[in-house]
Design a protein around this ligand. Structure first.
Ligand code: FAD
Ligand code: EPU
Length: 339
């Protein structure tokens, strides 16, 4: 296992932020991870940052400790029953690569989650979601290494406490577990979700006569490629903020004042508001200061045009939070993990 010191993390995060890490190791087996954290290599007092694809982090300062990159790979079919395939993917597998593998095997359930950047290991962290599907819908179990007890623990669906862009790993157990592998429960018979967003229109535009998981995946890829910036061209981490969930009473009051405000049912008595709309109404869409900006096609995405620092992006996000709070009385919450 290669260990490096004083390296730039610029190519390890999709925002392209250039900060250094004091020490960096990429592990390819559980044994290597255990060796790093139980042996004499890493002092117990050193801070640790577990990194996957780096597509949901904003690095605001140098990492004065260790970055451990999870490079565990492999995908295997564990078992099947009448309705499902149980497929285990190692944490370091690229997420979209896993989606493509499932589609090629005719394993249904992940097609709406096509083209989400990052790795399998981070998929349960914030219960990744898109176009009406979340990871919790196909999650079976995961194995994680406990950095405190130095043991491996299994987590079932209930243990993960999945919510909208939330899980136990992002809250209560933040920094404690290294996710090693995730087992998904995929469907033999597709259950298509095409009512969300522009999927139906895109399928029509593509001239699709008969629905298939391949067609839905391609429709999602087409829509995403138009709306979201490719991190290889413009640094970003997807939606920077969560869509706020407010009481339906508060929504009704806002709607009386702003009839166009988009709201979606979010459980009994609650409404989810499109944060992109709130941000756009505050005049931020297309804004740029230095190399930090608010994306011109999607106001929920903050971008690094080249040399912005993590602090520049963070300060822009704070100005956006302040102005949305002032205009609408709604407090936006960051989705991206601030390091
Ligand atoms: P990283 O950024 O490396 O890590 C994210 C967090 O998880 C960090 O706190 C890290 O410490 C922790 N972590 C990572 N791996 C492990 C592990 N193995 N064990 C323990 N902790 C770990 N997200 C969505 O939900 N839906 C979308 O539609 C979506 N679209 C996006 C579009 C773009 C263009 C971009 C850039 C991002 C988008 N995202 C989206 C956000 C991002 O892709 C996901 O959050 C993804 O799961 C992050 O994976 P990663 O491997 O890059 O995680
Ligand atoms: N909108 C605007 N202006 C904008 C952007 C959006 O008015 O600049 C309004 C429009 O009314 C639009 C609505 O917001 O109809 C919703 O926009 P969009 O369909 O682009 O979705 P989103 O709410 O911005 C969410 C997720 C995405 C996910 C898509 C598709 C969150 C925080 N974001 O975005 O996830 O891909 O829906 O399901 O829930 C991510 O988490 O990083 C991410 C990209």
């Amino acid at each position: 296992m290669e260990i490096r010191h004083n390296i730039s993390l610029r190519t390890y995060n999709s925002f392209g932020i250039d900060v250094s890490a004091r020490s960096f190791a990429a592990f390819t087996s559980v044994e290597e991870l255990a060796e790093l954290v139980t042996g004499s290599t890493i002092p117990t007092t050193d801070p640790l940052l577990i990194l996957g694809g780096g597509s949901n982090v904003l690095l605001t300062q140098p990492v004065d400790g260790w970055v451990l990159k999870n490079d565990l790979t492999g995908i295997e079919l564990l078992q099947e029953d009448e309705d499902h395939y149980y497929v285990k993917a190692q944490a370091g597998e690229n997420w979209h690569g896993f989606v493509q593998y499932c589609i090629a095997q005719e394993y249904a359930g992940v097609e709406n989650l096509s083209l989400i950047p990052g790795n399998v290991g981070a998929s349960p962290m914030q219960n990744i979601g898109a176009y009406g599907v979340e990871i919790k819908d196909i999650f079976h179990e995961l194995r994680a290494y406990d950095l405190l007890e130095k043991t491996i623990r299994h987590f079932g669906l209930e243990d993960c406490a999945f919510g909208y862009r939330e899980s136990v790993f992002k809250n209560r157990y933040k920094g404690r577990y290294v996710i090693l592998d995730v087992t998904y429960r995929l469907n033999k018979k597709p259950d298509f979700h095409t009512s969300y967003g522009a999927i139906k229109q895109e399928l029509e535009r593509m001239g699709v006569q008969e629905l298939s998981i391949q067609a839905v995946s391609q429709a999602v890829i087409n829509i995403r490629s138009c709306k979201l910036p490719d991190p290889k061209q413009i640094g970003n981490a997807g939606s920077f903020f969560k869509n706020p969930v407010i009481s339906s009473g508060q929504y009704d009051i806002l709607q009386a004042q702003y009839p166009a405000i988009p709201g979606y049912a979010a459980g009994e008595g609650y409404t989810k508001i499109a944060a992109g709309w709130l941000i756009e109404q505050c005049g931020w869409k297309g804004y740029r200061k230095g190399d930090a900006g608010c994306y011109e096609k999607q106001a929920l995405v903050l971008v690094n045009y080249g040399k912005a620092s993590g602090k520049d992006i963070w300060e822009l996000s704070q100005s956006i939070i302040d102005s949305v709070k002032e205009k609408f009385g709604i407090l936006l919450e960051r989705e991206v993990n601030i390091i």
